[in-house]
Structures are given as C-alpha cells and as structure tokens.
Design a protein around this ligand. Sequence first.
Ligand code: MG
Length: 204
Amino acid sequence: MDESSFRQLWRSFATLIREHKDELNELDAAIGDADHGSNMDRGLTKVVDALEASPEGSLRADAKLVGMTLMGTVGGASGALWGSAMLKFAAALPDAPTVSWADFVAALDAFVQALAQRGKATVGDKTMMDVFIPMVDELQTALTAGEPPFDTVRSHAREYSERTYDMVAKRGRAAYLGERSVGHVDPGSRSSALWFEALGAVGP
Ligand SMILES: [Mg+2]
C-alpha cells in the first residue's frame, strides 16, 4: 500500500462515518450514550484535515498523526482505543512511502494487540474486537495462502458486526445493561466494519 492509498482509506472512512452518523448514534442510544456517530464523525473530520495539512512522507508518519488526532478529538472509550492502537500500528510499520501487504497486516495485528491490552475485550464481548480480531485473522490467513486480502475485507466485516446483535455486552457502558444489551448491534463493531469497508474500497 502506498501513502496516497493510505490517505484515501481515511478519507473514505470519514465519508462512511459521516453517512452512517445517525445510524451509529442510534445504535449507541440503545446500549450507550447516543454519541458514537457524532464522536467518530468529529474525529475523522479532524483526521482528514490533519492529513491534508501534512506533507507526504511515510505511512508511519500519517498513521501517527491519525492516532494522535483520534485520541485528542474522539470522546469516550473509542477515542482512547482507536488513538492508542493507531500509534502502535504506526510504530509497527516500516518507515517507508510504500509498505507490503504483509507489513500492513502485521501492523494491524499490533493494532489489535494494543486494543486487547487497553480494552481487555475479546471475541464475544460485544465490542469492536468482534470485528477486528476475526478480520485480522482472515487477512493473515489470506496472506499466508497467497490469496488477495481484499476479497476478505470486502465481504466479511459487516457480518461480524451483525453477530454482536445476539451478544451480551461484557465491556464498556453497555455492560451495565447485562442481558438487556441483547438485540442491538454494538456501535463500535459497526464503525469498525465501516473501516474495513473503506480499506476494501482503496484496494486494487
Ligand atoms: Mg457513546
């Protein structure tokens, strides 16, 4: 992936978040505090502005800028999770204008490990991890098998997000609802699926 594709990924994600802002707020209203769409929209708008204002250099520098921006502008747990994990993603990337898919997926693995460390959530807890863990697993499997990783990201992220509908929330504000959290898609998993949709859209 080259730097212009990486920047396009964040522009696409910002556009998708904007388009789904109300939906994300409504999902969060059901099991949280109704601001996930607005929070992510505010953060991604700042990310696009920050990237625009920054001269091209490397994906690593861009990823660091994205992480710092998200951490400073997205409220709630999502800002800290996305922000800190993006900084780990940046640190795991080679400092180059173009990175291989293997390097990109390895950095995504570092992203997931950072999420796990900070959020203490795993698959089945009704969080963004229900999308990120299986998606990164699938990307790693596709790479090992020599298959195009984009087929995976296009087709499965939404499905993993939908699976959170039947789950009992174990982390975050939604966990206070216990069984009453069942019957709602987790908003963090939904926005994470949109990120993979954006990733799929910049692919070859
Ligand atoms: Mg919220």
